[in-house]
Design a protein around this ligand. Structure first.
Ligand code: 5GP
Ligand code: ZN
Length: 114
């Protein structure tokens, strides 16, 4: 996707602080962190929103959540707690249309979210 921010970060055309990379996904620090740990887990495959997921993406989404859990554990938040969330479309505040799982931890996270 030529004008997709996350495709450009994955391609190395725009810098990112990588905290994980493998064949199917990357994880980077969010540029505007909303918690002491705020990482974005992003598939290499361009998928615009959760609405565009296909059955063949099931394993990929599972890998994204398992990576979020691994990163939370790596940072010592396994038991304290963390949140892993996808924003989808306007009312949820999605601003980059290449799916990404937000991992937030390190402070009390209000519920319901704003
Ligand atoms: P969304 O609003 O789509 O759920 O999340 C997009 C996230 O990407 C936001 O939390 C925003 O701070 C982050 N972001 C936007 N531009 C960049 C960037 O250039 N680099 C990084 N690392 N994060 C970005
Ligand atoms: Zn993309």
């Amino acid at each position: 996707m030529a004008d997709c921010l996350f495709c450009k970060i994955i391609a190395g055309e725009i810098p990112g602080k990588f905290v994980h990379q493998d064949d199917e996904l990357i994880a980077i620090e969010d540029i505007n962190p909303q918690a002491p740990l705020h990482a974005l887990i992003i598939p290499r495959k361009h998928i615009a929103t959760l609405n565009d997921l296909k059955p063949e993406d099931d394993a990929l989404v599972g890998s994204m959540f398992r990576r979020a859990a691994a990163l939370a554990k790596q940072h010592g938040y396994e038991h304290r707690g963390y949140r892993a969330v996808f924003n989808t479309n306007r009312e949820a505040g999605q601003s980059v249309f290449h799916i990404h799982l937000h991992l937030l931890a390190g402070r009390g996270l209000a519920w319901p979210p704003g």
